[in-house]
Ligand binder design. Structure first.
Ligand code: ADP
Ligand code: MG
Length: 256
């Protein structure tokens, strides 16, 4: 298990991130004095203007980048680099085209199994494909799958190593509108079944409010938090709900 619900999982403690200037170009301060915490099991959405530093924030959490100052803590310890406990899911799934659906999911699992974890690979692959509703597609290749199916496979692959948090960087942005709506439901289903903590970056304010327990609204660069909105509406949420629409309007106005 990844800690009890309500326990602090992630903490940004006065985090600043400045990319150094290269080839005579000036340094870019992307994140300034960022402070927030995320609890185990939460679904947190992050919205903000394009280029404000949302992907950079996820990179800090993934351990791809160290902060310039301040601390990024995971379960109370500074993040030292990438690890299976923190898995990134990208907008363009980075699947292995030469492996089947099952092969893609099994890949990370086998790495993990080789390191002494004795879980049964086949039954875990089956369970994950079932979770993301790809039963029956185990022997298909990624090129045979639709965009939504590929994205679900990418999530199953990330889940195979049993991470504690999924870092999702605009995971649905490449999908058509209808598929995107369906996938919002799918991601919530996966969250409800697995109770993984999810950090979900999106451009789409509706999507953020429909899905998340809390929406973190980021300011222009150098970014920090403009506001954190707690969305207390019960699920499943409806776009037509006037209360939901009101929250969306207010957050949109904040970002204008
Ligand atoms: N490796 C890098 N070196 C220099 N600047 C970068 C690097 N990565 C991102 N940036 C800059 O940092 C800013 C924030 O980028 P990013 O986190 O990708 O924004 P967002 O995901 O919110 O659109 C942008 O201005 C981008 O050009
Ligand atoms: Mg981005």
């Amino acid at each position: 298990m990844s800690g009890a619900p309500g326990q602090e999982l992630v903490r940004f403690d006065r985090v600043t991130l400045t990319f150094p200037g290269v080839n005579g170009r000036p340094a870019i301060e992307v994140i300034r004095q960022l402070d927030f915490r995320i609890e185990t099991g939460e679904f947190v959405a992050i919205i903000g203007p394009s280029g404000c530093g949302k992907s950079t924030l996820l990179s800090l959490l993934a351990g791809y980048l160290p902060p310039s100052s301040g601390r990024v803590l995971f379960r109370g310890k500074p993040i030292a680099g990438p690890a299976r406990e923190r898995m990134m899911v990208f907008q363009q799934p980075a699947l292995f085209p030469w492996l089947t659906t099952a092969g893609n999911v099994a890949y990370g699992l086998k790495l993990k199994a080789n390191r002494g974890n004795g879980r049964n690979v086949q039954s875990t692959v089956d369970a994950l494909l079932h979770l993301v509703q790809l039963d029956g597609f185990a022997h298909h290749y990624p090129s045979d799958l639709s965009g939504g199916m590929r994205q679900r496979l990418e999530i199953a692959r990330a889940l195979a190593v049993d991470p504690q948090v999924l870092l999702m960087d605009e995971p649905l942005a490449a999908l058509d509108a209808l598929t995107r709506r369906r996938m919002q439901g799918e991601v919530l289903h996966i969250w409800e079944k697995t109770r993984k903590t999810i950090l979900f970056v999106t451009h789409d304010i509706d999507e953020a409010v429909i899905m998340a327990d809390r929406v973190i609204v980021m300011a222009q660069r150098p970014t920090s938090i403009l506001e954190i909105e707690e969305v207390r509406l019960p699920r499943p949420r409806r776009r037509e709900d006037p209360e939901l629409a009101g929250i969306v309007r207010r957050l949109s106005a904040l970002l204008e």
